[in-house]
Design a protein around this ligand. Structure first.
Ligand code: N2P
Length: 365
């Protein structure tokens, strides 16, 4: 009887465990960049798959990385930029993709896959979601009022010349809060390699930032979208699509505020954001279903139409709105692409140096 009782208990425990496992299979935890998906993408996936998505957002690689390296992030799908993916692969964060589960993988842009394979040989751990440039979002009227009709909106001089920054201070300048993306902009402006490991060159970039620091209103990697749209700031160093989203929001709000985007003539940074599955993901099957869903051309085209970033899906391009597809700020032509530099995967000591500088710059001392 006792044995029978124990067996019953064991059986009911097994039942509970099985039910919990089943419940987990019905929930997918996704961690993506903010303002990086169409309004109905998740609802569509939930309807199609019967899987409930818990969708969280971040606005910097540094935030995502802190969660991943701490372990047990709880996420099944994450979207690091490729330079961060590279070091996270080395840290053992990701599982290898079983591409036989991704029937839509063939839709990806093969030259982009090749380009990002520098961070992930043979594209074993992730595929490109969206990419873009890190340029200058601005309010043409306010910038003209501050600096005149010849304001260098197509040059990094706009924010890196202290006299220009000082004149823009009153209408508001914002910078991304990311050493790995902002320090290369200053290094490039100074004529150094963006992946330099030279302490003196990094110190020169730091000094350049410190000179314009008194004119910078804030460092933040997503707030500038609404601030550009409502005229609270006049210049933001930001991600291409985010500036275009600000422009679209301003237009929707009655077109009183104008927003424009420029890829400075000296060149600018580019980023490639990758979809990957952490090793400790709980719903791996769901993650593959979500990935395969994202690989559908119509799904990716709808996301690009909403967030204004080019995607990694070649088959989606003809489905992207013509005015977005033909906008050189969103899809840079070859001669502009040639001037973009990819943000490099720097060794840990250099990253520490960049982060130290960045903390100093932000505190303004
Ligand atoms: C989305 C910004 C993503 C681009 N708002 C930076 N990787």
């Amino acid at each position: 009887m006792k044995i029978f009782g124990k067996t019953l208990l064991a059986l009911s425990l097994m039942g509970a465990v099985a039910a919990a496992a089943q419940a987990d299979d019905k929930v997918l935890h996704v961690y993506n960049w903010s303002d990086y998906i169409a309004p109905d993408t998740i609802a569509q996936f939930e309807k199609e798959s019967g899987i409930k998505v818990v969708y969280d957002v971040f606005d910097s690689n540094e935030t995502l990385e802190a969660k991943l390296l701490a372990g047990k992030s709880g996420y099944d799908i994450v979207v690091p930029s490729n330079n961060f993916l590279a070091k996270q692969i080395k840290a053992g964060v990701y599982q290898e993709l079983d591409k036989s589960k991704l029937s839509n993988y063939k839709n990806l842009n093969t030259s982009l896959l090749k380009a990002v394979s520098v961070s992930d040989p043979d594209n074993k751990h992730g595929f490109p979601y969206m990419w873009g440039s890190i340029g200058i979002g601005y309010n043409p009227e306010k910038v003209k009022a501050a600096l005149g009709a010849d304001a260098p909106v197509n040059s990094w001089d706009l924010v890196f010349k202290p006299e220009n920054a000082a004149k823009l201070k009153a209408c508001g300048i914002s910078f991304l809060d990311s050493p790995t993306e902002m320090m290369p902009a200053a290094l490039h402006y100074l004529g150094y390699k963006t992946d330099t490991q030279d302490k003196k060159e990094i110190a020169a970039a730091e000094a350049l930032f410190l000179k314009v620091r008194p004119s910078v209103a804030y460092f933040h990697s997503s707030k500038y979208i609404s601030d550009l749209a409502n005229g609270n700031i006049c210049v933001a160093v930001g991600y291409s699509g985010d500036v275009y989203q600000a422009k679209a929001r301003a237009a929707e709000a009655g077109d009183k505020v104008k927003v424009a985007y420029s890829i400075p003539k000296e060149g600018a940074g580019s980023f490639y954001d990758m979809v990957a599955i952490p090793k400790d993901a709980e719903n791996v099957e769901g993650a593959y279903k979500f990935m395969n869903f994202l690989l559908k051309p119509e799904v990716m085209a709808a996301i690009t139409n909403s967030v204004h970033f080019p995607n990694g899906n070649a088959a989606a391009t003809p489905l992207v709105d013509e005015d977005i597809r033909n906008d050189p700020g969103v899809y840079p032509p070859a001669e502009v692409q040639a001037k973009l530099y990819a943000i490099a995967d720097q060794p840990a000591p250099v990253l520490r140096e960049l982060t130290r500088s960045w903390t100093k710059i932000k505190s303004g001392k």
